[in-house]
Design a protein around this ligand. Structure first.
Ligand code: PRP
Length: 178
């Protein structure tokens, strides 16, 4: 699959799955007695959220949001358009935002601020990956898998030109396929 397109495996399937178990254990502990709602940010979050959800023993519901950028300016302005909103209000609920990667931090910041309009009981952030060197706005990642260098990564939900999301590991894409 995608023969020759992977330059290097950065995080193996085993390492991802062990980390998800650790994150799930933290969430299970911190949300004991509660019933949080996991909100995945499409599309990248779908694989991580599916695995994380199934490792959780705390009862929880799941929803998704999808956002897109307005033109080329998103990486500097942080202005995004909501393509799919949550299905119902999260007023009074404990929200866990789930994404595959935090890069500039603008997406998570925007969504987290937007959800405050619903007056949730709490909003916390869970991301499998983070590229701290790319940060434009500070984001407090409450549950984080791995910090990675500023490489072009694919797999485990992360795509490029629509492909690679189904890889079970995180890899660096060969430059020829950018
Ligand atoms: C990626 C990723 C995050 C966002 C992070 O999504 O899934 O949602 O970018 O970037 P930021 O921290 O710089 O805002 P992308 O826009 O590539 O869409 P996708 O999830 O549909 O692949």
């Amino acid at each position: 699959m995608y023969s020759g397109q992977v330059k290097k495996v950065l995080i193996s399937e085993n390492d991802i799955q062990s980390k998800i178990k650790e994150i799930a254990a933290e969430i299970n502990k911190e949300y004991a007695g509660k019933q949080p709602i996991l909100i995945g940010i499409l599309k990248g979050a779908f694989v991580f959220l599916a695995d994380l959800s199934r490792e959780l023993t705390v009862p929880h519901s799941v929803d998704f949001m999808d956002v897109s950028s307005y033109g080329e300016d998103v990486k500097t302005s942080g202005i995004v358009k909501i393509e799919k909103d949550i299905d119902r209000s999260v007023a009074g609920e404990d929200v866990i935002l789930v994404d595959d990667i935090i890069d500039t931090g603008l997406t998570m910041t925007y969504i987290s601020d937007y959800l405050q309009n619903h007056k949730p009981a709490s909003v916390r952030i869970c991301s499998l990956l983070s590229k701290p060197s790319r940060r434009v706005v500070e984001v407090k990642s409450d549950f984080l898998g791995f910090e990675i260098p500023d490489e072009f990564v694919i797999g485990y939900g992360l795509g490029h030109k629509g492909l690679y999301r189904n890889l079970k590991y995180i890899a660096i894409l060969d430059e020829k396929y950018y």
